[in-house]
Design a protein around this ligand. Sequence first.
Ligand code: ADP
Length: 479
Amino acid sequence: MDLPSPQLAWIDGQPLPAPGGATFATVDPSTEEVLAEVARCGEEAVDTAVAGARRAFPGWRDLAPPERAGRIRAVARALAGRAEEFARLETLDTGKPLSLARSEVDGTVRYLDYYAGLADKIHGESIPLGPGYLNYTVHEPVGVTGHIVPWNAPLNMVGRSLGPALAAGNTAVVKPAEQTPLTALRFGALCREAGLPDGVYQVVPGFGTEAGAALAAHPGIDSLTFTGSVATGRAVARACADRIRPVVLELGGKSPQLVFADADFDTVAAEVAKGIFTNTGQFCDAGSRLLVEESVREALVERLVARAHAVDCGPGGDDPDMGPLISAEQRDRVRGFLARGEAEGARRLGPGPESVPRRGYFVPPTVFTGVRPDMAIAREEIFGPVLCVQGFRDEAEAIALANDTSYGLAAGIHTRDIDRAHRLAAALEAGYVMINEYFTGGIGSPFGGWKESGIGHERGLEAVHNYTRLKNVVVRVAR
Ligand code: ADP
C-alpha cells in the first residue's frame, strides 16, 4: 500500500508537519514493522488546528441544514467508494482481521449517513406561557468539538462522534490514538475531495500526554468526547472541569455475560466466544466475564475451550479469526494478567503460547475457571482475549456477581425465559443490556456506561445533544 512517510497532520484542508518536524513511528502489530513516521503534534499544532476549526465554524454552522446533510452524505459516499482501501489501511495499523476492518469502515459510512439524516431534524420545542408570550427552545451547535479517539476501532470511533458533531453544525478537532493514526489522517484528504469545507475536520496525531492533553485543556474547545481508559478519562474530565466544558466519557468495562441453563445451547457458546475473542478482546464492551448457572457450567466451559482451540490467530491481512493485540505494551499487560490469574489460583485453559505466531503481538485465546470474585482477573479490565468464568446457583447470585464491579458498561443475558430476561435487564447496573445476542444493537442504539464506565451516550438520536447547547427564548409579544 502506498504509505508516504512522514504522515502529516491534517489542518485547514492540507497536510501539515508538526512544528520542528517531530515525528513518531506507527507500527504494524502483525509484523512489528514500522509502517510510517507520523507528525508528532503538541500544543502548537493543536492551537493551529483549533484556530482553523474556529474560523471554519460560522460558515459550517450557517449552512442550511439540508445542505450540511448533503456535504456529510458526500463524505459517506466517498468513503463507501474507497471502503476497501480504508479497511486495508486499518488492518495494517491495528492488526485486526480484514473482515472486521471492513465492517468497521462500513459502520463509519452508516454513522455518517445516519447523522446526515438528522441534520435537519434537530429542533426545539415551544412552551405554552399563555397569551402574549412566545417561548421556544433552540439547539445550537456548541462550536469547536474535541474528539480523543482510541486505537481499538480507530476510524469507526471517529465516525461515531464526528457524525453527530458535524450534523449539529460544529467543526471538529480529532486526536487519533498514537498507535493508529493512519485512517483518521487519510480520511481528512477524503473529506476535502468530497467537498467538506476546509477546517471542518482537523486531525492532530500525537501522543496522549502531548496532543491529547493539549486538546483536552484547550480554551478554544467547547466540548470534549473521549473514549479510552478510566485513568485518562479522569484526567481529561479534570481538564474540562477547569474550563467548565461538557465532556462525554466512554471508558472501560468488565462486562458480564449471564448464561442460564435454559438458554439455547447451540448459540450460546458462539455468542460468548464472539463477545470475548472478537478484536482480540479489545473492545470496551467485550463480554469478559462469563457468569453461568452451575448445572451447565462444565458443559459450556468445554465448548468454549474447544472454540478457543479452534480460533485461528494470524496477521490481520490474512483475515484470520483473531489478530494480534495492538502493541508490545498491551501484549505484556495481557501476559501479566495471564500469569497473575494462575498465581492467584485460577485454572488457565485453551491453547498455549506456542499456538500463536512468534512475530507480532499475539496472545492465545484463554479461558480461566476457578475464578474468585476478589481476583485481579475478575475485577480489572484486561482488554485481551481472556474470559473469566464464575458459576452461580440462582438469579439473585447471578445479579450480585454481575453488579460486583466498579464498571457498568454492557451486559449480556442468555435465557429463553422472557420474564427472567427482563427482570435481569432491570436489575443489572449497566448502560447497555443485550439479550440472547452479544454485540447486538447498532448505530441507532444509545451506547454509554454507568458507574466508572463513563458519562453520557454515543450513537443513536441521543448523541446529537452531546454537540448542541440549549437556548431558551422567551418573547413578550406586543398586542
Ligand atoms: P489505552 O490505555 O487503552 O491506550 P488511553 O486512555 O491511554 O487508553 O488512550 C485513549 C486515547 O487517549 C488515545 O488517543 C490517547 O492518546 C489519549 N490520551 C492518553 N493520555 C492522555 C492524556 N493525558 N490526555 C489526553 N489524552 C490522552
